[in-house]
Design a binder for this molecule. Structure first.
Ligand SMILES: Cc1cc2nc3c(=O)[nH]c(=O)nc-3n(C[C@H](O)[C@H](O)[C@H](O)COP(=O)(O)OP(=O)(O)OC[C@H]3O[C@@H](n4cnc5c(N)ncnc54)[C@H](O)[C@@H]3O)c2cc1C
Length: 322
């Protein structure tokens, strides 16, 4: 869809998931000209519903985004479908260039592009991701309660995940795969009645549109109904290289983020971030809240700059009148 763009905006929001849309909502309600550019692929798109979100429990992700878009547009915010390729500093602001070649300027940027989940390359995992291949007990744990759950260990977080899913089902198995637990962790698993299976996983077995088991490299198949993996989470922040910002390794070892202060302000003046691009652990509610906070902070930053400029003009006018 092609929409007429203005040459310039107070704020361009890059990414229109929970974080970007809530930021845009705050800005539009503050009578800021705001453009949201959104590539339309929120991280939770494969899931049936958003869970753990007060008053919107179970709402399909696409419906949440559609409602958010309507709310932003209701206050005059503009939203276009598209992908931002580059951002560059120009004058007092920024130039934002889309993949289709269109370019706009902005005084401030809110980057809410989310993250990419890098899944283990095991047949069956990508196909079932977000349905019965899971990562988060708070997003889909209730939905697999009492089921036969398998955790495929690819990093140090696997045992933690197993212990959390054990809260939801008595039938949890950890597949040692590429990250076998150490003795202390193995003891924790045993103490909680969680089976530990050595060897690598060759395939997640799918039949009749559901997971039925896990095939090990030696050919053994163990029945399972849901699988848990621990993807590496990488901020979609590559487009910020043009303003000198690069995602950094997160101290947890779980991925990369674009660092920012608690209000979303980055080390580059004028550039804010919100949601998963800076906070790997943010669920939808936290991402939306961070977007709202960043939107409010950007408005306050613009008010400060505009007041400084107005005072200078005011003084100049007073001096000329003397
Ligand atoms: C399978 C799965 C299920 C989940 N279930 C839940 C759940 O039940 N409850 C819950 O609270 N959380 C859940 N989450 C987490 C949830 O997805 C995130 O908390 C949330 O999506 C973060 O919001 P965000 O706005 O930061 O990023 P996103 O929602 O990922 O939005 C980022 C947007 O930016 C766009 N974008 C990226 N790059 C560009 C670019 N260069 N130009 C323009 N647009 C761009 C993307 O296309 C996307 O639309 C789940 C996650 C997964 C993976």
């Amino acid at each position: 869809m092609t929409e007429e763009l203005r040459d310039g905006y107070d704020v361009v929001v890059i990414g229109g998931g929970a974080a970007g849309l809530n930021g845009a909502l705050m800005l539009a309600r503050s009578r800021r000209s705001v453009l949201v550019v959104d590539a339309g692929a929120p991280r939770n798109a494969p899931a049936d519903g958003v869970h753990g979100l007060l008053a919107r429990e179970g709402m399909p992700p696409a419906e949440l985004v559609a409602r958010g878009r309507a709310e932003v547009r209701g206050y005059g915010g503009q939203i276009v479908s598209g992908e931002v390729r580059t951002v560059a500093r120009t004058g007092d602001g920024f130039t934002v260039t889309l993949a289709d070649g269109r370019a706009v300027t902005a005084l401030r940027l809110l980057v809410a592009t989310g993250l990419a989940d890098e899944l283990p390359e095991i047949p069956g995992v990508r196909e079932r991701w977000g349905r019965d291949v899971l990562h988060c007990p708070y997003c889909h744990g209730w939905e697999v309660r009492d089921k036969a759950i398998g955790i495929i260990a690819t990093g140090p977080n696997a045992v933690h995940q197993a212990l959390l899913f054990r809260q939801l089902s008595a039938d949890v198995t950890v597949f040692a795969h590429t990250a076998p637990p150490g003795p202390e962790q193995a003891e924790q698993l045993a103490a909680r009645g969680i089976a530990l299976v050595p060897g690598t996983v060759a395939e997640v077995v799918v039949a009749d549109d559901r997971i039925t088991g896990v095939r090990l490299s030696d050919g053994t198949v163990l029945a399972r109904e849901a699988i848990v993996v621990g993807p590496r989470m990488v901020a979609r922040g590559g487009l910020l290289a043009g303003v000198g910002l690069v995602p950094r390794e997160h101290p947890s070892g779980m991925g990369e983020t674009v660092p920012a202060d608690p209000f979303g302000r980055t080390e580059v003046p004028g550039v804010w971030v919100a949601g998963n691009v800076t906070d790997l652990a943010a669920q939808v509610g936290a991402a939306a809240a961070a977007g709202a906070m960043a939107g409010a902070q950007i408005n306050a930053d613009l008010v400060t700059a505009e007041t400084e400029a107005a005072v200078e003009l005011h003084r100049a006018g007073a001096a000329a009148a003397r």
